[in-house]
Design a protein around this ligand. Sequence first.
Ligand code: NAP
Length: 438
Amino acid sequence: MTDYRRLRVALLGAGSVGSQVASLLRQHGDELADRAGATLELVGIAVRDVNAPREVDLPQELLTTDAKTLIVGADIVIELMGGIEPAREYLLEAINSGADVVTANKALLATHGPELFAAADQVGAQVYYEAAAAGAIPIIRPLRDSLAGDRVQRIMGIVNGTTNYILDRMDKEGAEFADVLADAQALGYAEADPTADVEGYDAAQKAAILASLAFHTTIPLESVHREGITQIDKSMMDAARKAGYVIKLLAVCERLNDSAGGESISVRVYPALVDREHPLASVHGANNAVFVQAEAAGNLMFYGAGAGGVQTASAVLGDVVSAARRHIAGGVGVGESTLANLPIVPIGHVTTRYQITLEVNDRPGVLATVAGTLSDGKVSIATVEQTVIDADDADAATARLVIGTHKAREQDLSDTVDTLAASGVVARVVSVLRVEGD
Ligand code: NAP
């Protein structure tokens, strides 16, 4: 066995991911040493309760509740506790004491990433976070390194497994949201409090991280437009299927060009209609995928497990090996590039296609009124499909109009839908969904 330099590795957290990282580090220690060029010595694992049951057997003597002492003298600190505090405090301490840090904490990076990156820059250390977006899928390095010579135009990601699992089952089984959510909770695919997933908060954090890398711009989480999937029902799913679409919760990060040659970016999370022929439509179950469109590279798709203890541990260990190699080689870490500093536009400026579903009074002239209102509002119709809902009583007859639009500005579209809703001819705006994936 080669006599490598020993690097002290401190692990903070031994839950779903941390316990697997500890186990793999111990199991494959020799192999990892050969790859890293250093022996990775796990010096301790900080937890809240050293007697809590663990998913894997870990030597009791490695467990401690004293994270602060563990950090002192570590060469690499792996943070897998989650949450903002004390994770932020511990990572800053680790960086300032000369360690490289590895984290999977998207909530922390999306809110305090710039602070951590600045602290690492100051001392020449590096923050590694491959597991923070889309779990096991390599996407941070491709965006940061492999595509560093290209210009990313757009990213469309299915970055939340829980919502993809729910929407996929609704699509396949014709089931209602609440029923599938309850099932997903029983099967462990959704948390008891599913808010972070179903309201799009988790996806928004990942969108901020990905957009920041892709567009070399700091993206405050507040600038990410976010909508969840709780309003998606069976009838919307059925209508989408009939029109050749599937509904997916997408994180869309896009470079926008104005007529004067200026550039800006939009980062948004919402449920959108995706053509069934699009590669993202074939992402089933709890899987994740990130579809990247770059100027020179063209279309790239990254697909796989977006979560799971052992799967995520793979990405964490990749970072640990990179951190070890850097530690051995010396030199300063690669900082985050945010110098492009592009302006981030609000959702109202975004241009996309829409599908508007309306219930209208089925009277002569209604279609013309709807078409006229859309045209006045600068929304151009691409397709219209009309279904009569209740024809027994001529006075009460209503029709369902499904209108596909050409690209329109979000603000124009939403103003026009408000005008339609107040026009007297529209009984109900059933849904307004964006169509993504051109
Ligand atoms: P988890 O199962 O809840 O485990 C958290 C661990 O951190 C536990 O071992 C806990 O100790 C320990 N901990 C929490 N607060 C602590 C504190 N103040 N001091 C010391 N230890 C503390 O979490 P997880 O699912 O492994 O997730 C870890 C991180 O990975 C999160 O940032 C998460 O967003 C990210 N991530 C997770 C997944 C996934 O599939 N789970 C995927 C991608 C990214 P006790 O065990 O004693 O309670």
